[in-house]
Structures are given as C-alpha cells and as structure tokens.
Write a protein that binds this ligand. Sequence first.
Ligand code: SAH
Length: 235
Amino acid sequence: MSDNGEGPDDGEDMRNAAERQAEADREATAALILRLRSQGIRNTRLLSAIERVPRRLFLSAAMQRHSGEDTALPIECGQTISQPSLVVRMTDALDIGPAHKVLEVGTGSGFQAAILGLMAGEVHSIERYRTLVDLARERLASLRITSVRVHHGDGLEGLSEHAPYDRIIVTAAGPEIPKVLLDQLAEGGKLIMPRGPKGSVQELVLVEKQGGRVSEKVLAEVRFVPLVEGTASRL
Ligand code: SAH
C-alpha cells in the first residue's frame, strides 16, 4: 500500500472503467452493424470502417456515455453529430471507391470525415467553426487517419482548389443544392444533401451528374442542422 492517496486500487478502478467503456463501445457497434445488415447494408468496406472508428472519441466528455445510441447528439458550438445509421446510409448511397476524391461540407465532430477517410483516397472537409476544425483535426490525427484534410471556410463556396470531386456530401440542410457544388462535382460524380427548410423535415437527395446533366432521387426524410453562410466570427 502506498500512502500518497493514490493506492493501487485507484489505478485498477480506472483500468476497469476504461475496459468497461471499451466493452460497451464494442457491444454498441456490434448491435449497430447487425441492425444495418438487417436493413440490407452489405457494403463490407463501410461496415469495417464503422467498426474501426469509435464514436465516443468524437464526443465531449459529458456526452460520451451516449455514444452507443443510434441518435444524433449535441456537440460543441451548438451543432450535432449525425445518427450513426444515417452516416452509414449516406455513405452507402455515395458508393465510395478507394480512388475517389471526396468533399464534405460540415465537418462537425469529424466522425463522418473519419469514415470517409477510411474509404476514399482523398477527403477534403470544410467547417465554418474554427473550434470544430481544431477538434476534428486532433481526433483524426489520434486515429492516424491521414487521408482527410479539414479546412476552415464556408462550404457554400465549395473548395475550388481541389475540384472536381468524385463525391460530395453535405451534412447540413439548405433550401436548394448550391450550384457551385454541382459545378465542382466531376462527370459521373454523385452528391448527397438534405434539402429543405430550416428546423423542419428535409428530404435527403442523391444527385448524379452524367453527360453534364444532373438527375436526382429522394432517399428519405431527415432532420439536419442548417447550412449557414460565411465562417463563424467567434468560436
Ligand atoms: N458530419 C458531421 C455532422 C455535422 S452537423 C459529423 O459527423 O459530426 C453540420 C455541420 O455543418 C456543423 O458543424 C455546422 O457548423 C456546419 N456548417 C453549416 N453551414 C456550413 C457552411 N456554410 N460551411 C461549412 N460548414 C457549415
């Protein structure tokens, strides 16, 4: 026994708590994967990416105990991390290949970016809050995901320096699909975005560009935080 107030039992308790957390994470991920399989998701690269990215890491300490829930959760700057099954659904619909260059508008926590980073060759993700940019960079670095670059900027302007993109994912809702993003989409490319009014139900739209024309399909009804013009002046 040591007498400095930090007996061996404290270390033991911390290890046990960490092990219990890791175990709970594994169980939640296994349950999610079972559910996704039963919903017809067969994309093994996507399912293994989900297995490799602990959602807990993308949440603040206060929210971590909810990480296994298949719901959107609050993150820093008043934003949200998407529902895991919706992250999977959107990523699946994009049919991402290992050589694709992907643009994400709305980095948020960085969770969706991490999944994209494990599936695509090159990912650029834009976020309007500096705080979220810094946190996402740290989290991606701790997972050693080097294929993702997080940019601080206004995603409504796209990111022309790396265009065109094979795939574009917008994880915040707007009244229409920004033309600049359609212009930065490669021929044969796909874009997914929630379209609709702020604070109400939006439609998740999948757009394909073929022969210079775009066609669209509505996949589901969803609820996302709004796209906001410009970068945030504070935070
Ligand atoms: N993909 C995220 C979900 C983020 S929520 C995740 O996995 O956690 C949507 C994010 O879009 C918010 O962080 C919000 O700040 C950001 N956003 C809204 N409008 C934006 C804009 N014009 N440019 C860049 N980011 C924007």
